[in-house]
Each structure stands twice: as C-alpha cells, then as structure tokens.
Design a protein around this ligand. Structure first.
Ligand code: SF4
Length: 447
C-alpha cells in the first residue's frame, strides 16, 4: 500500500494484529519487569504503542506493572514534528490517566552540555559530519540511557519494546535475524545491562503497518491523519528512539534534526517545504550556512586542541557570529530555537576559554531580549571522562561515538589481553566495529 493511497476506513482489527496482541499479552503477563516502549512518533513505534495501549485496555485489572512510552527530543527536531510528538504524548498521558491504565510517557533530551548548540557554539565543535558524528550519542543515546538506567535501578530490569521490522531494510533485517532470542522472543540488549528487547512487529510489512494505522481508531483519541500527512510530505526513513550506535544514522530521516549536517540534503525539511510549509525555509538556509562554515577559511582554528596542525574548533569570533545569527533567526521566525540553559552553558564555556569578562554571550542574547541567569558551574559540567574522550576524538579527527564503542569493547569484552588468543579476538572485534561504522557511513551517504 503506498502512502498516497491511504484512506481512513474504520475496519475491525485484523487477525494478524490480533495474533500480535495475543503474544504481547502473554509476554506482559509472564513477569513483573516494567515495559519501556520506544516511541519516536513514527509509524512503526506508533503501531507498537497503540497495540500496547489496546492490550492494557483489554487486560483491565490484570494489568499491574508499569509501562512507559519513552520519547526523545534533541532540542533541534524539525519544529512541526516536535510539536506533533509533544501533542501525541500529552494525549496519550491524558487518555491513560482517564482510563486508569498503568501507562505514562516520558520525554527525554540532552542537557545543555550535550546539546547541539552547547557543543557547536559553546565548545566550537564543527557541525557533525558522517566522519565526526558527535551528535547522536550526546543528543539521543545518553538521554534515553539515563532514563532507562533510572527505571532499571528502581525495578531491577526492564523490557524494551522496539518498532524494528525485518522488512524495513536489508541491513536491519539481517541484524534482527542474527539476534539470539529466548523462548519468549526476547533478546538481551547488547549494551544496556538488565534490559531485554522485544520487537513485536518484527514480521510486519510496511503495508501491514499502514493497514493497521488507518483501519483502527487511535485509542488515545483523534486519528493518524497528521502522521499520514507527515509521511506524504517528507521523504527519508524512520528515525527510531536511539539507544545505541547499532541504529543506523538518523540523518536524512523524517524525524531527524533540522540542523542535521550529516546528510548532504535534508530531505525531511525540503519535503515539508515542498508541501507548503514555506515558513521552514530559513531553517534550511541556516543549516546550509553551517555546512559552509565547516570548511570556510578563517572560521576554524588552524591548530587542534592538542597543538598539532589541522582544523580545530570554531574560533571565538565565528562562535559569536553563529550565536548572533541563530538568535536573529529565532526572532524573525518567532520560534524557540535555543534554550536559556544552553545560552548559559555557552557563556560558561566562552568564559573558560576566551571571554574573561564573562559577558559576550550574555550581551549577544540581551540584544534579542534574552536575559541569561547563570547557574552554578557544577550543574553544567560534563563528566571529565566524557569531555576528555570527545576532545581526544576531535583532535584525532575521528568519530567520538566510535572511540566510545572501541573503549567499551576493550573495557567490557577484554578487560585483560593476557589470556591466550585474547589479543587476536580483540583485534577482530575492533575490525568488526570499523566495518560496521564504514557500512553506516555508506548508508548515510546514500540517505
Ligand atoms: S538527525 Fe543528524 S544531527 Fe540529529 S542526531 Fe541524527 S545524525 Fe545527528
């Protein structure tokens, strides 16, 4: 079924989705682990959440363990998509409360130190590229992992419900088929301790997904017309809630960041603009300008932070110009694009590096009517290790996510290389990691 042919008949739930519902119910009743449903607002995660909602309704008082719909907001989401997800979460929460379901929602996001503007304007990072993709781990993985860790600490372990489907992409399908699943269809998450993963619509086709969405009323009220129109308007793939780096790059998807410089062309925003959302055009212009700045002479230091020659961070004047233009854009579009805490973090960073009178960012913000209250420095300091790791990656010109993963492999998989054969195995694991990163970069180029 193509998206263009979608209509909204009200049909009874199909036998196929009944079978998925029945297995979900069995899984739910099998233990006391809370469920976390990864909800990006895309069609696949909407189907999973809707099935879970219906299952809870059907279970009534037998439903006793908590279910959390977890979403992430990078703070630089396409504004219309961010508004859609926020509204959907509000409706889900309200409906769940009114119906007495043990379902709640949680929207997570990066701290100021992890945010796009914190890194780019505060620390002078170049806009992310496919080789230096510092954004995903900071803006998506860390915030969602913090939320999962907090739930796991409280309950001992969790089950993550993902909307991944085998038919979605060849690579995804292969990875899913290679998983080791237990008799209940669960597999341990390879990076998150005490988390089991369930993929209830793994065997669904894209047609099944649309069929279900257009044939079944939305249980939290309203309908999926806006979701359908989102898919009609913007091209690109799905961008799930990202828990780990095995998820392919989200750049180029409908649900990516408006600032995404990892892909050549932002198909999502362009699609929205083509279908009439002209007011978003200035965002595209700004994003293209950021890409130009990446290699523009005079904008980046000639010296890396370690003192070696090579493109370093944005220079102080460049960072001030970017902040000024961003606030100008925010004012002209009458749309919030940067938060107060991010502005405060930027001032703190500049004060540490070059603005010894602690005033440049404050003054630029004030020109646009933004008054920054400076919190304690301790509230916004990233962990020393994270900072060092990102700095080292930046100096070496490699992706910090990749370095983080390599370190994880060494720490968790090979705490000692003294054992016979350990060194060779470790080298193979690093080789596999590099192959995977190259494949992902390739996919991003094609996106
Ligand atoms: S959409 Fe682009 S900028 Fe945003 S996290 Fe994904 S790769 Fe990074």
């Amino acid at each position: 079924m193509s998206i263009a042919s979608v209509t909204t008949p009200q049909q009874p739930i199909s036998l196929f989705s009944r079978a998925t519902l029945a297995s979900l119910e069995k899984l739910y009743l099998a233990d006391t682990r809370p469920w976390i449903v990864a909800f990006s607002g895309g069609k696949d995660s909407t189907v999973v959440l809707q099935l879970v909602f219906e299952m809870l309704l059907g279970l009534g008082e037998r439903a006793t363990k908590p279910v959390i719909a977890l979403s992430s907001d990078t703070r630089v989401e396409a504004p219309n998509v961010a508004a859609y997800v926020a509204t959907a979460l509000r409706k889900i929460d309200e409906a769940a409360k009114a119906l007495g379901l043990g379902l709640s929602t949680q929207l997570v996001g990066p701290t100021a130190t992890e945010s796009y503007w914190g890194k780019l304007i505060g620390k002078g990072y170049p806009p992310p590229s496919r080789w230096f993709r510092w954004c995903t781990s900071n803006m998506k993985i860390k915030p969602s992992r913090r939320a999962i860790d907090a739930i796991t600490r409280q309950h001992g372990s969790v089950i993550l419900l993902l909307g991944s489907r085998i038919a979605e992409s060849t690579q995804r399908g292969r990875t899913m088929q290679e998983r080791e699943i237990n008799s209940r269809g669960l597999n341990p998450h390879h990076e998150i301790p005490n988390a089991l993963v369930a993929t209830p619509i793994a065997d669904w086709t894209t047609d099944d997904v649309w069929e279900y969405l257009v044939s079944n009323p939305c249980p939290w009220g309203g309908n999926h017309n806006f979701l359908v129109s989102l898919y009609r308007q913007a091209s690109g793939g799905e961008c799930p809630v990202v828990f780990d780096l095995n998820t392919p790059s989200c750049g180029g998807s409908r649900f990516g960041c408006w600032t995404c410089t990892v892909v050549k062309e932002d198909k999502s925003l362009q699609g929205f603009i083509r279908s009439g959302e002209d007011h978003l055009q200035p965002l595209v212009v700004f994003r293209d300008w950021l890409i130009e700045l990446r290699d523009k002479p005079g904008y980046r230091s000639d010296v890396r932070r370690d003192g070696n020659a090579g493109p370093g961070p944005f220079l102080p004047l460049a960072r001030q110009e970017i902040l000024d233009k961003l606030l100008d854009l925010e004012t002209s579009m009458a749309m919030p694009l940067i938060g107060d805490e991010e502005l405060a973090y930027i001032q703190r960073q500049w004060s540490d590096e070059f603005d010894f009178q602690n005033r440049l960012a404050v003054e630029i913000a004030a020109r646009y009517g933004r008054i920054i209250a400076m919190p304690d420095a301790g509230q916004m300091t990233p962990t020393a290790e994270d900072d060092l790791l990102e700095q080292a990656a930046m100096e070496a010109g490699i992706d910090p996510d990749l370095l983080r993963q390599a370190l994880d492999i060494r720490r968790k998989g090979f705490p000692s290389l003294d054992k016979w054969g350990a060194k060779a195995q470790f080298e193979r694991a690093i080789g596999d990691l590099l192959d995977k990163a190259a494949r992902q970069a390739e996919q991003t180029i094609q996106a």
